[in-house]
Design a protein around this ligand. Structure first.
Ligand code: SAH
Length: 351
């Protein structure tokens, strides 16, 4: 029986065991053991009988990915280049928390990205393929092992790496179920965030799955004219539609969404943009997360962007706060090893 355990859940493994004439209830114990051991079954510590062991021991493809390189930033952020047995590689990032015992992980949902956002490196070479659920879970396991090696626990996971999660939703949601299930990843729903460029049917479909996760919406501009120059998908799903979709998500799931806003000097960072954003947020209980631009070289359009000054970021923040909008400016992490937001790309290209 050849099966990668990151590719199955309790039910499907139980079916396989049953079909092989084994006791199906061993599925739960096998998976718990596998995840507790960072992606390898510790046969010494689990008694599932000789039959199951002989079936699985040699035949399990224990991992379907391999950690190729690790770049550690001066701030402790660790960028992992993970190669998949099925081909291709992605980057995943581990960010130590200010709390000494915790860390946050960032995973990719696709190899490359088709969205074409002008200020993001992940899309420069287009989309190569969707990741499978198992390949997403593999990133989680690598990040968790990496956190453990630092003496930390992985306490949150964001889908803010390479790719658009909503365009790979069946695999993203299957991965989340495994990462959040008690016998597998055991991460809580509220520790998981799915970030989207604003694919309206995807946001509704994520609510339909019943996964009780956080939603982050990458807005980047309060008006269609500005947003369309940055995010090509805005032509399909304009600002008003994506905000409504985030509000529907909030009504159904009951969690406060995050509005991501990448601040680009002279492009979307004026007082007028801040005022428009504040107006857009009235009556919408969401938090704004300002992300100062991390350099990626020229965008697809040929335009080069810059990060606003510290004063500009402070003023933008102040306008929103004075209008009653809960606003945070995100700390830049890992930019010295190109591990910061927007800097992840088809990792094989990176030194
Ligand atoms: N496709 C999804 C998830 C990946 S992007 C989405 O669009 O939400 C994750 C975050 O990185 C987004 O909020 C995006 O705004 C931010 N980002 C992209 N490029 C960036 C850059 N160069 N500097 C800072 N943040 C960037």
């Amino acid at each position: 029986m050849s099966v990668a355990l990151t590719d199955v859940d309790v039910e499907s493994l139980a079916d396989r065991l049953r079909a092989a004439g084994c006791v199906p209830s061993h599925a739960r114990r096998l998976l718990r053991n596998y995840y507790d051991n960072s992606g390898a079954v510790d046969w010494q510590s689990i008694d599932v009988g000789k039959h199951v062991r002989s079936l699985f021991e040699n035949a399990i493809a224990q991992r379907q990915s391999q950690l190729l390189t690790r770049h550690v930033s001066s701030d402790g952020t660790s960028k992992l280049l993970i190669q998949f047995a099925a081909g291709g590689a992605v980057e995943s990032v581990l960010m130590p928390s200010y709390r000494p015992d915790r860390a946050a992980g960032c995973v990719s949902s696709q190899i490359g990205c088709a969205m074409g956002c002008d200020f993001c490196a992940s899309t420069k070479n287009g989309l190569e393929r969707n990741l499978t659920a198992g390949e997403i879970v593999e990133q989680f396991l690598h990040l968790r092992a990496e956190a453990a090696a630092m003496g930390r626990r992985l306490t949150s996971l964001v889908f803010m790496g390479m790719g658009e999660p909503m365009l790979n939703l069946p695999n993203v949601s299957a991965a989340i179920r495994r990462i959040a299930s008690a016998e597998m990843g055991a991460l809580g729903w509220r520790q998981i965030t799915v970030s989207t460029v604003g694919i309206v049917p995807g946001i509704d479909a994520l609510a339909d799955t019943g996964l009780n996760v956080h939603l982050a919406l990458s807005l980047h501009a309060p008006d269609d004219a500005t947003r369309a120059t940055l995010v090509p998908m805005n032509r399909r799903y304009p600002v008003a539609e994506i905000i409504k979709a985030a509000q529907r998500f909030q009504e159904r799931i009951g969690r406060v969404p995050t509005i991501e806003y990448c601040l680009l000097a002279g492009v979307n960072d004026t007082d007028e943009h801040a005022e428009k954003l504040a107006a857009l947020m009235q009556g919408f209980r969401a938090h704004v997360n300002l992300i100062p631009y991390n350099p990626i070289g020229v965008g697809i359009s040929g335009r080069a962007y810059e990060r606003p000054s510290t004063d500009r970021i402070a003023r933008f923040t102040q306008i929103l706060r004075e209008a009653g909008v809960v606003t945070h400016a995100r700390d830049t992490r890992g930019d010295d090893v190109n591990a910061a937001c927007g800097q992840l790309r088809q990792a094989v290209l990176i030194p």
